[in-house]
Ligand binder design. Structure first.
Ligand code: SF4
Length: 388
C-alpha cells in the first residue's frame, strides 16, 4: 500500500484498504468498522477506488417520470408519509385516463423510463395492474416500465388469486420491464416487526426476487436507513443482498434511501445527516462487490449531498423524475412537482468533475445531441377524493 493511501485511511482502516486494493470481499466485521469509524474521508476514499475501477469518472442519469397510481394503503408502515390517513394526504386512486393525462403532460420531453409504484389498495382488481402497464406503453411507446415493489407484486397475485410467478408472467406480457427496489426497507425481523409488520417479511421479499430472476426480470434494490435500524442490521442487510445477488445475478443497482421523518409516525426522529448519507453510499459500494451500480437518489439525498456522493462511491444520480409523491418537500402535502431538467442533471454532475452519461434503464448509454425543450415544473392538479 502506498504511503498516500496509508495516510488517508489510517491504521484502523488499513486492513480493509488492503482487501479493497486486492479486490477481496469484505466481511461483516469490516462493514461494522466502516459504519463506526470517525474517518469518513477514509471510507469515502476507499469507496471511490472501487467506483473508479468500475466506471472511471462516468456518472449515469436517466430521463424518467414517476407515477404513484394510488396512495390508499392497508399496510400502515410507521415510516410512511405517503399513504392516505387522517391529517395527511387525501386518498386517491388514478384512473387509466388520469395516468395517460399525466404522461401526456410531459410528452414534449424525451423520457425513456416510467417508474410506477403505489399503496396496497385492495379495491384495485387484478386487471387494473395489467391495464396500467398497457396504458403506459400505449401512451409513451418505447419507454421502459419499471413498476411495482415486491409488496405490490404479492398483492397483485393475491387479488388475482394466482401465484407470484403467474402474476409476474402476466405483467411481463402486459409490458412490465423491471421491478424497482423497495418493499422491504431493512432485512431485519426486528425492524419488520416494529415498523412495517403488515408488509411482507424478508423471506417473502426474497421469494419475489427469485421469481423475478427466474423470469428474466431485472430488479433494483434499496435500503431505507436513518430510522431505528442498528449498524449491525445495516451490514446484515447488505450481506443478505450480496448473497442473493450471488445466487440470482439479476440486481442492477443498489440505492440507499434516506429516511425523511416529516409527517410520519417517527416524526420525533432527526433527519439523517450528510455524514450518514455519504457513509451509507460508501459502505454500500464497498460491501456490494457484485452490484455494478450504486445510486444517490437526489430527491432523498438532496442535490448537494448527491454531488459529494459522486466521490463517495455513487456512479448514478437517478433522473429527471418530474413528479414524486412519496416524500413531501417543505412539510407540505400537495406540492409534488419535483424536476431536474436534463441540463440540470448534467450541470449537477459536471460541476463536481464527473462525466455525465445518459443511460436507459438497463444502463445502455444514450447519445442524444438534440437541444432540450424547456421544462416547466407543473403544479399537479388535485386528484379527486375517493368516497368510501
Ligand atoms: S410504505 Fe408502501 S406499503 Fe407501507 S404504508 Fe406506505 S405505501 Fe403502504
Amino acid at each position: 500500500m502506498s504511503l498516500a493511501v496509508s495516510r488517508v485511511v489510517g491504521p484502523e482502516l488499513e486492513p480493509i484498504a488492503e482487501k479493497v486494493l486486492a479486490g477481496e470481499r469484505l466481511s461483516f466485521e469490516d462493514g461494522l468498522t466502516l459504519y463506526r469509524t470517525h474517518n469518513l474521508t477514509g471510507v469515502g476514499y476507499l469507496a471511490n477506488i472501487v467506483r473508479e475501477r468500475l466506471h472511471g469518472a462516468k456518472t449515469y442519469y436517466v430521463r424518467n417520470q414517476h407515477i404513484n397510481y394510488t396512495n390508499i394503503c392497508n399496510k400502515f408502515c410507521k415510516f410512511c408519509s405517503f399513504y392516505a390517513k387522517r391529517g395527511g394526504p387525501a386518498p386517491y386512486e388514478m384512473s387509466l385516463d388520469e395516468v395517460r393525462q399525466r404522461l401526456s403532460w410531459h410528452s414534449d420531453v424525451r423520457i425513456t423510463e416510467v417508474h410506477m409504484v403505489g399503496g396496497i389498495n385492495p379495491r384495485l382488481p387484478y386487471q387494473y395492474y395489467m391495464d396500467l402497464v398497457r396504458a403506459v406503453k400505449e401512451t409513451r411507446p418505447g419507454v421502459h416500465v419499471k413498476a411495482f415493489t415486491a409488496v405490490e407484486i404479492v398483492e397483485i397475485a393475491r387479488v388475482g388469486g394466482v401465484t407470484i410467478d403467474q402474476a409476474l408472467a402476466d405483467l411481463i406480457e402486459a409490458g412490465l420491464d423491471s421491478l424497482p427496489g423497495g418493499g422491504i426497507e431493512v432485512l431485519s425481523d426486528r425492524v419488520h416487526h416494529e415498523l412495517f409488520g403488515k408488509k411482507l417479511n424478508g423471506e417473502e421479499w426474497k421469494d419475489v426476487a427469485r421469481a423475478a430472476a427466474k423470469l428474466g426480470l431485472k430488479q433494483y434494490a434499496t435500503m431505507l436507513y436513518g430510522h431505528i435500524e442498528t449498524d449491525e442490521e445495516r451490514v446484515d442487510h447488505l450481506v443478505q443482498l450480496r448473497e442473493l445477488q450471488d445466487e440470482t445475478k439479476h440486481f442492477l443497482t443498489f440505492t440507499p434511501l434516506c429516511f425523511h421523518p416529516e409527517k410520519t409516525e417517527l416524526e420525533h426522529l432527526a433527519l439523517p445527516t450528510a455524514d450518514t448519507d455519504l457513509r451509507n453510499i460508501a459502505v454500500s459500494r464497498l460491501m456490494l462487490d457484485n452490484f455494478e451500480h450504486v445510486k444517490s437518489f437526489w430527491i432523498m439525498n438532496s442535490v448537494p449531498v448527491t454531488q459529494m456522493a459522486l466521490w463517495y462511491g455513487a456512479d448514478d444520480a437517478d433522473g429527471t423524475v418530474h413528479e414524486y409523491e412519496i416524500t413531501y418537500k417543505d412539510g407540505e402535502f400537495g406540492n409534488k412537482s419535483q424536476v431536474l431538467t436534463r441540463a440540470n442533471m448534467i450541470r449537477m454532475i459536471e460541476e463536481v468533475g464527473r462525466v455525465a452519461i445518459e443511460r436507459d434503464s438497463l444502463y445502455n448509454e444514450i447519445v442524444d445531441n438534440e437541444p432540450e425543450k424547456p421544462v416547466t415544473a407543473r403544479r399537479l392538479e388535485p386528484v379527486p377524493m375517493i368516497k368510501s
